[in-house]
Design a binder for this molecule. Structure first.
Ligand code: SAM
Length: 243
């Protein structure tokens, strides 16, 4: 596993606690290293990988994105709304693939309650750090973020209206180029030796009692099952709905 580098002696206690939770080594130093590492400074927790496409450290930020992501993602929001369907009360959603919580943020902004699951410990701590730094906490009041694999959680999952599943797409040259952030996530999963079989995961998640499963797929991908009820398609992405 990678080390946690912290340049500030003031943060030594915090760095050591975090490193111990992650079962990694804390290095209190401001010497640059050319290996992948987590980085804790006054600005929060971030991740660096020398072979990532982006030369910047990867940090999740819910402050600057708070207005931007909704404007940019208006079309995405329309599709997700359609996939969720009409409801006159807030839904209880299980987001099995938290990632950077972008889709969860949409669900929350629509007034729903979300339990979001993330299997990667590194990503989970990056998310927790971003949540801690968020100025306005109100949107996260109805969020429960849990570090676990969704298939392990499935047996205890109860009372959800919607199970949402957005697995990693296989990284092709094209989509790797379009998203530096997904490139970082796949590097994190590689470091943690996490390798999902999305179809197997889907089959497990289908056993969760819920009114519907919504699966996000690339427009060109085959649905996971022939039992699909309907699709909501955009230009590059599609939502497959199973009732
Ligand atoms: C494509 S990203 C999801 C992006 C997310 N929907 C968003 O809007 O930011 C996939 C994420 O789901 C996580 N993931 C994939 N399969 C999972 C599983 N079975 N259990 C928990 N997390 C999973 C991956 O670790 C990765 O962070």
């Amino acid at each position: 596993m990678i080390p946690l580098v912290c340049p500030s002696a003031n943060l030594q206690g915090l760095a050591e606690e975090l490193a111990s939770n992650l079962r990694i080594k804390a290095i209190i130093s401001n010497q640059p290293t050319d290996q992948p590492y987590l980085y804790l400074s006054e600005a929060g927790l971030s991740f660096f990988h020398p072979e990532a496409r982006s030369k910047n450290k990867f940090q999740i930020d819910f402050n600057s994105g708070s207005t931007g992501w909704r404007v940019k993602r208006a079309n995405h929001e329309k599709l997700i709304k359609k996939a969720l369907g009409k409801s006159d009360r807030p839904l209880n959603i299980l987001d099995c693939t938290a990632g950077m919580l972008q889709d969860t943020l949409l669900f929350l902004s629509l007034g729903h309650k979300v339990t979001a699951l993330e299997q990667s410990k590194i990503l989970f701590y990056l998310l927790q750090d971003a949540l801690r730094r968020r100025d306005d906490q109100s949107i996260f009041e109805k969020l429960d973020l849990i570090h676990t694999n969704a298939c392990s959680y499935a047996a205890q999952a109860k009372n959800f209206d919607v199970v949402y599943f957005d697995p990693m797409y296989p990284l092709t040259k094209k989509n790797a180029l379009t998203s530096g952030k997904l490139d970082y996530i796949s590097k994190i999963l590689e470091i943690e030796s996490i390798n999902n079989d999305s179809l197997e995961d889907f089959e497990q998640l289908q056993l969760i009692p819920a009114k519907k499963i919504v699966v996000k797929r690339s427009i060109k991908a085959e649905p996971f099952s022939t039992q699909i009820n309907y699709q909501v398609a955009g230009k590059t992405t599609r939502f497959d709905v199973y009732i």
